[in-house]
Design a protein around this ligand. Structure first.
Ligand code: ATP
Ligand code: MG
Length: 389
């Protein structure tokens, strides 16, 4: 048997002229998400999107679609015969499935095929009355705030009945917003930031600064694993740039005052990330920074760090509490990997008293001791690129 799923999208509808492009992208992303299901198909008709699959695949297909950004909700659809009895059977089936212990519902009909000889409100009423004959006292009608809406759609192609929505991931389809570079550490925050950026339609490539041998193979593996998890949401592989950061960290440690170490290190990260972005046609940097979490995340610090780039820096987590961020990390499946205890390059050279309110002119002065161009070129020359699926 074949099962039909109705796919609802939200904001796409608001995008005016771009609408077709957005829907085209969403359909392609859905097809990619379902490519491993032999008989699953996606189509756009009657102003909506539909997925079709074999019945035994339905649960897995729904799970795969809940990872596709741009989808707001998914409803399994029952196709039935063109008469009121069949419609009421389908309505009852949906009510039992989504309100197993009773509750209130409302039936609403759309009659796209006007040859069906009864106006929509009357169809809804009669179908509901037939359904009531078979439902016990735990069920009631509610026209204003029903717990469950059951929709009947009558078309020349058939009669479709659906209710109960499964929440989708929301947002906009990946790829509709251009590309951005995610500064991905092994921590909890940056994978969440990347996920939020993808959810707004951005495609991401990841940049990771690695300080071998101070940070070991395991910390690199951890970042690769995080990219693998993000790739599931992106719907395609995530390109990961691993930047060899050891010499830069050593140079900062030897040549610059300790309290500015973090500030200067992060300025170097931003400079390199901007270079990679320009090469890869990325339009922005995305970081997991949030206000006030650590010394480098005061507004003063952010502004001194930001001064070295002209590309926009997107900080999706900027106003979130750690608790909120952890909750999202758990939901999207990155938390367990993020908390593995492997050193990040930021933690190994951590000064005892980092400058909480650094000053731009001071940072610039201290950087005179560094051959910035040379350091960046060397780091990039030793960098590695992987495509993580
Ligand atoms: P996270 O949980 O993402 O590690 P954090 O709370 O540890 O963040 P910081 O160490 O100040 O905060 O890092 C802030 C942001 O800088 C990170 O979210 C990430 O975007 C970027 N970043 C830090 N370290 C690295 C790294 N080794 N490679 C790439 N990006 C990094
Ligand atoms: Mg970190």
């Amino acid at each position: 048997m074949r099962n039909l799923l109705l796919i609802r999208y939200g904001e796409l509808g608001l995008k005016g002229k771009n609408k077709n492009q957005f829907i085209g992208r969403l359909v392609r992303n859905m097809r990619t998400a379902l490519k491993d299901f032999d008989h699953a198909t996606v189509r756009s008709s009657w102003g909506r999107l539909w997925a079709e699959c074999n019945s035994d695949q339905q649960d897995e297909v729904i799970i795969a679609l809940t990872k596709v950004f741009g989808i707001y909700s998914i409803s399994p659809v029952i196709e039935c015969d063109r008469n009121l009895e069949a419609m009421s059977e389908a309505v009852i089936q949906i009510i039992h499935q989504y309100l197993p212990n009773g509750g209130t519902f409302k039936v609403e009909t759309r009659r796209a095929d006007k040859t069906f000889p009864m106006p929509s409100p009357q169809i809804s009423r009669e179908v509901a009355m037939l359904a009531f004959k078979q439902l016990d006292d735990n069920y009631d009608a509610d026209f204003f705030t029903p717990e469950l809406m059951v929709d009947i759609e009558i078309r020349t192609e058939g009669v479709f009945v659906y209710g109960g929505k499964i929440h989708g991931a929301g947002g906009l389809p990946v790829g509709t917003g251009g590309k951005a570079m995610l500064l991905l550490s092994g921590g909890i925050d940056s994978p969440v930031a990347g996920w939020m950026a993808m959810r707004r339609g951005l495609q991401i490539e990841a940049i990771h600064f690695h300080s071998f041998p101070f940070t070991g193979e395991q910390s690199k593996e951890k970042v690769i694993d995080l990219c693998r998890l993000l790739a599931k949401w992106q719907g395609r592989s995530v390109k990961l740039h691993i930047i060899h950061f050891t010499e830069i960290q050593k140079a900062i440690r030897i040549n610059c005052p300790e309290d500015y170490g973090i500030t200067i290190m992060r300025r170097m990260m931003f400079r390199i990330a901007q270079r990679v972005a320009k090469e890869r046609e990325g339009l922005a940097l995305v970081t997991g920074e949030s206000i006030g979490q650590v010394a480098s995340q005061t507004l003063e610090s952010m502004s001194v760090i930001n001064k070295v780039v002209d590309i926009p820096v997107i900080r999706p987590l900027v106003a979130l509490d750690k608790e909120d961020i952890m909750k999202v990390a758990k939901q999207i499946g990155t938390y367990e990997t993020s908390i593995l205890p492997f050193e990040d390059c930021c933690t190994i050279f951590l000064p005892k008293f980092p400058k909480i309110r650094p000053v731009s002119a001071e940072a610039e002065e201290m950087e005179q001791a560094l051959d910035i161009e040379e350091l960046i070129n060397e780091a990039l020359a030793k960098s590695e690129q992987l495509n993580i699926k």
